[in-house]
Design a protein around this ligand. Structure first.
Ligand code: GLY
Length: 352
């Protein structure tokens, strides 16, 4: 099979790598691989803590993908020879004031519906799980079974693995996917997929990257919190990098405005939860654009006989990469059981 993938982000490359290693003749088309959300993402691999109300249809697919991550990570490190910063690390969910704690309780109800294990902790037990937590935090919800990865290392590894498996990465912009000479074409261009008429909108997000010096205390868990109604998360890597995220707004594709306010808000909220943040070195503020659909569920399925959509992963592109790759390969092999109605890329057309 000759498979063309439009988009060399983590989703497109995961598809390309998996297809090439199974014998497909693969080309990947992208003028700037990794210029989308892939290299801004924080890298939480969380089956339910990343899901929002209204996304219940996503939970089984998230669980499938998060559970596939350990083997995917091991395969990828072997295939690429590159470490991707994969960690089994629990998530600790905490809220600062009464309203925030009530919101955490609501989230816990979502975990229950997702069938994932979690444990309610009092203040002391929360600080035992995460010694850097502020004394103002009076309890939390511990979610074991989550993982995390370094998305920049992941992207580099996926590029290397795809190329080593024989995929050709072509630095070219595709205006008309119909013009590509291939048996199957996969549209995996994230926010760029809007140019192909797909209903994708960019949801802007800012994240901060900080670094802890060797020997400096750093969080043991992924901390997800709410501070006076606002979400914040802290993802810690073994190399001492701490990613604090993320803002969310829909002011188009402008990466230049509002970054000072975003940095202020993210720092204030993260310091409220983990005061040690003030001691770290602030290395970067990065702006990315999450590719979202009208119902925030992905576009994953057949657009026509030859074309498959694999885009619109919104906040979940990194977590959903392994399961998305498997679904796309199954669809490319005409396995219609892989087509999930909730993710049908034509669902909005049918409604109108
Ligand atoms: N997945 C994290 C975010 O979108 O901020």
């Amino acid at each position: 099979m000759r498979l063309a993938v439009v988009g060399a982000g983590s989703i497109g490359l995961a598809i390309a790598w998996r297809a090439a290693e199974r014998g497909a003749e693969v080309t990947v088309h992208d003028p700037e691989p990794g210029s989308g959300a892939s290299r801004v993402a924080a890298g939480m691999l969380a089956a339910v803590t990343e899901a929002e109300f209204g996304e219940e249809a996503l939970l089984p697919f998230m669980a499938e993908s998060v559970d596939a991550w350990p083997a995917f990570a091991a395969d990828l490190e072997r295939a690429s020879g590159i470490a991707i910063g994969y960690r089994d690390i629990p998530t600790l969910m905490v809220g600062l004031d009464d309203g925030d704690r009530a919101e955490i309780e609501r989230q816990a109800a979502l975990y229950r519906s997702g069938g994932r294990a979690f444990e309610r902790l009092g203040g002391r037990a929360s600080r035992k799980a995460e010694p850097l937590l502020s004394h103002r935090v009076r309890g939390g919800v511990l979610v074991p079974g989550d993982h995390a990865v370094d998305p920049r290392a992941l992207h580099t590894a996926l590029l290397a693995a795809a190329e080593r498996s024989g995929a050709r990465i072509l630095a070219e912009r595709i205006d008309d996917p119909g013009s590509i000479d291939a048996d199957r074409v996969v549209l995996a261009a994230g926010c760029g997929s809007a140019a192909f008429g797909l209903p994708i909108r960019p949801v802007r997000g800012a994240v901060l990257r900080l670094s802890a010096a060797p020997g400096q205390p750093r969080p043991r868990t992924t901390v997800r919190g709410r501070v006076q109604g606002h979400p914040v998360y802290l993802v810690t890597r073994r190399n001492g990098e701490i990613v604090v995220g993320a803002t969310s707004d829909e002011r188009g594709l402008d990466p230049t405005t509002g970054t000072a306010g975003a940095a202020h808000d993210l720092l204030r909220r993260s310091i409220d939860l983990v005061p040690e943040i003030t001691e770290y070195h602030l290395t970067e503020i990065a702006i990315g654009f999450r590719p979202a659909t009208p119902d925030n569920l992905p576009l994953l399925g057949r657009l026509d006989e030859r074309t498959i959509a694999a885009t619109g992963h919104y906040r979940h592109g990194i977590a959903l990469a392994p399961a998305t790759a498997e679904r796309v390969l199954a669809l490319a092999a005409d396995d219609e059981a892989a087509a999930e109605k909730a993710f049908d890329p034509l669902r909005f057309k049918e409604r109108s």
